[in-house]
Design a protein around this ligand. Sequence first.
Ligand code: PAZ
Length: 302
Amino acid sequence: MEEWEQYFLRNPAPQGFNASCDQLKKFCGQHAGHHPIALVTSGGTTVPLERNTVRFVDNFSAGTRGAASTEYFLAQGYAVIFLHREKSVVPFFRHLNPSFLLNSLQENSEGGLQLLPQHSSQVYPIWKNYQRIMSEERLLFLTFTSLSDYLWLLRATTQYLQQLAPSSLLYLAAAVSDFYIPQDQMAEHKIQSASGPLTVTLQLVPKMLSPLVSLWGPDLFVASFKLETDSEKLIEKATGALKRYKHKLVIGNLLQTRRTEVTLVAEEQSHVVKLTQLQQQEGVEIEKFIVEEVCGCHKKFT
Ligand code: PAZ
């Protein structure tokens, strides 16, 4: 048995998995043949230290890339499955923080609430766009917290897309842990400090891109992200991933410069996308250009 198969045998499906599958099936069936479909994964996965989880290992990702990219895919006419870490950055809502919203409201003469007129111009286009997308049912929100939740939902989504809309796009921007503690090696209850200092051994997570590309979704257009912190390693690692998994695109980025520069690595060529100083000052988001490039490649592929 392959390591990835053992992983799914040893780690149970998340709560609500069947309901998520029903939603996925409906969404894919509804949009197949009408809109191009993209799966966007976003945010970091947690690795629990206990089965009754009090503590877990996490990573830095806030989900900004995935949330912003989702809006640009929607603007390009896609229907988007937004598979994101619970409580991470969410499309549309990301523009409105709760304190801004509370400070933007006032009571009207009927005792109801209304937006202060000076804030309407900021909120209205976001609200309008969100309402339109939701009324067209073009955005499906699915959440995960742990690595295992994520992998179960990733596999199910890939398989439904392959079955119902095989020319779809996967845009894998989530920051997925490479290490984990298998269920059978995990403490059942909260680890006690009375037992002294804690030594944790994390095992390697099987490389899921391999079965994803070759078995779960062989006809899908797969674009994965590769994050590094050492600029010397980035292109070599991105190229290595492309060769190893044989998918369509790897988007390389460095932790330190990920908001302003990425490198798109494809089989024939690689290509840098970089924001100018002026674009940065104007608040232009690099995801706009990444998504345009990815959609261009996806269109050629379909
Ligand atoms: O979530 P965020 O916007 O802060 O960061 C995005 C990112 C760096 C997690 C993403 O661009 C990425 O590289 N994801 C893949 C990470 C990996 O190599 O597993």
